[in-house]
Design a protein. Structure first.
Ligand SMILES: [Zn+2]
Length: 248
């Protein structure tokens, strides 16, 4: 790959995040030359994609079907009153472009099918899985494992959330952890603060993975139960008989 160098304007933009204890110049250059897939871009994926675009990830691909509805606006930070009733993806993509002209934004107006997820996984360097339902989360997990692309799985409920970071073939995948999908209610309760917190931490993990700076949280699940004020980090073990990752 011929790596693109950053312009003087870009170095000025990222001046606060390049230096000791943050990103190296090589790390920032790696970000510019990398691609991330974020699906969906609601409560968690919205702030995640915003952080990645603002951090200087060269290409951010977002995918989310449907139109914005009023109850989304307690947490979907890429939305606004004027977009209620409109399809999310084009508006959210435009907002991300308005926040960083140096980042390329690709907006897909639906949730990827099995084939699309597999194709997208091969085009990117990291996947941020932020859908509410397990069917989509498992689809993205399969695409990540098959392509060897690192996966960050974000989930939320109420004032709680979880973050799982998968290095396919080396650490536990989502299916190792959840052999059977748990019950799911489309209109589950959620408070915007936890959505943005989980999304921002997902972006931070992606930034470390893409830049090569810092220590990614591979093989762990971070459980944030803000309602009960309890935070736990669980070391995950691979299941040798996991149908998804046993052969990789
Ligand atoms: Zn597995």
């Amino acid at each position: 790959m011929n790596a693109s160098e950053l312009t003087t304007e870009e170095w000025e933009r990222y001046a606060r995040q390049v230096g000791p204890g943050v990103l190296s110049r090589e790390g920032q250059t790696r970000l510019k030359n990398s691609a991330a897939l974020v699906t969906r871009v609601g409560g968690m994926g919205g702030p995640a994609s915003l952080c990645l675009a603002m951090a200087g990830v060269g290409r951010v691909i977002i995918a989310h079907g449907g139109s914005l509805i009023s109850p989304d606006l307690n947490r979907q930070v890429l939305g606004c009153e004027g977009v209620v009733g409109e399809p999310r993806a084009p508006h959210f993509g435009e907002y991300l472009r308005s926040m960083n002209r140096f980042a390329e934004i690709e907006a897909i107006d639906h949730e990827p099918s099995d084939e699309e997820a597999a194709e997208l996984a091969r085009r990117v360097d990291v996947i941020l899985s932020c859908p509410p339902g397990f069917e989509e989360r498992m689809r993205l997990n399969r695409a990540a494992v098959e392509s060897g692309t690192p996966l960050i799985d974000a989930a939320q409920w109420g004032m709680s959330g979880t973050l799982i970071v998968v290095d396919p073939g080396r650490t536990a995948c989502l299916e190792c952890l959840y052999p059977e999908p748990p019950p799911f209610d489309e209109m589950f309760p959620v408070v915007g603060g936890i959505s943005s917190a989980i999304g921002a931490f997902a972006a931070l993990e992606a930034t470390k993975i893409l830049s090569g700076n810092g220590q990614p949280m591979y093989g762990k699940m971070w459980v944030i139960d803000s309602f009960a004020d309890q935070n736990t980090v669980v070391e995950l073990q691979r299941r040798p008989d996991c149908p998804c990752c046993k052969n990789c």
